[in-house]
Write a protein that binds this ligand. Sequence first.
Ligand SMILES: [Zn+2]
Length: 500
Amino acid sequence: MTTDEMLARLPGEQPDFEELQEIIGRELQGKLFARRVGMDEDPFSLSPYPHWECVCTACGKKFEADVKDKLKDMTVCPMCGTKVEPHRWMFRRGGKLTSAFLFYHLFRGAGREIWVRSWRVSQYLSPDGLEMDYVPMSIYHFDDRTAEKWKFGWQGWKPIKTIHMDSWRVSLYSYEYYPAFVGSISRETIQGSCLEYSQLDRAIEYEFPLIEYIGFYLKNPSVEYLWKSHCIPLLEDYFHGSRGDVRRAVNLKAKTFKDLFRGADKREMKIIPQLHAREIIWFHWLYQAGVIRADQDGVDWARARPSFNHDIPDDDEKQLYRYIHRQAERCGRSYTSVLRDYADHLRQIERLGGGELWPHDLDEAHRRLSDRERKIQDQGLNGMFRARRRLWQWAVWRHAGMFIRPIDSVKEITLEGERQDNCVAGYAKRHAEGRTVIFVLRRANDPTKNWHTVELIPGTLTVRQCRGYKNREATPEAQAFVDAWVQRLKNIRDQRRKSA
Ligand SMILES: [Zn+2]
């Protein structure tokens, strides 16, 4: 349809002010504006007696209140009983915006046609009271297998290819949007129209986007069967971004209910309505492969199984299910958490180059392998720690009742971190690789007790940090020791250079 044809055929329907006011009262936070009249502060008032003049945005009504009432106590509108936010009613040029929203108005055209118009609705507070205003935004035209849209702009109405809901930003640079509401739709409007069997009232009840829903239904009338068989999760998926999964899970071109889920038997059909699209895909596949039964346990497995991101030993789906089922029962945990441990276990076996693929007690095997893996990692680092120790032997120093030495092993750096409650354990790798050197400073008379941890930059022989318990600054005594120590290191290095 051309734009001119559209404008010639468009019925002259306008939104109803009462309905717009009702939406504001129902959907938006009500505000009560009040001003004192007939008093000193208002010398030109025509009112012969002082009182509050009030207006409520929820019902749009104007009323008077006793002058002795306090503004802050006016929290319920006496006209409509709505909870309201009290505000002082002050004059503002151009009026003050109190509510704004997008309004979708659906009405019948000729034959089976349905039209939808969206309007920008705004409610203003003027010196006289509340005023409502609405400005056209879009026009949508629907008929069997037809969906068209026009949008209103600087050059009047223009056709738009993609048929989506509109959005109305609070300001040009804002990511905040005004809310959108759909006006009431009567049975007569829908009866005999292209949307007669669309279950539109339910789609609105589930807050699916009106325009997208209508477009979806007109392209796929089988949607009616999805509602009638209570496949609500599947419909939700479609409108919450998983369209690809929905198309894979269900045959939207179906002409009958049975045809929606091809290859599914009666038992499956009983389970499917409670599932989301991805779950249907997995459930159907696992059920047809004879892995699961059509019962709650099968559903639990179909939900958990996709989280397993590892190849299955021998590619045996049935064995995986039986194995995890047994392990889950043994420790009373969910399929998802046991599957996660099992994937971890298989990765450990790969790293260690061997191990039991289906251990009798997964929990125990997982713990054992983790221990062994840690030891192997420590072994590698420990060799490097030994090399560091030998290299820095010349920096060991005993002086004034204190002594300093390089850290010994991975175990010691871990313990140092734990006992001193600092982050030195995180330096293990850097120390092992020689990018930094970690020393421990102790009192000579209590050599096993942690006291200070010192980080030395090897190239410049400067101390990056010398920290006590819980990362505290060094004590003056320790600081003096470390200063003298650094001077000593530098002297030794200079002498070595001279003699070299
Ligand atoms: Zn009211």
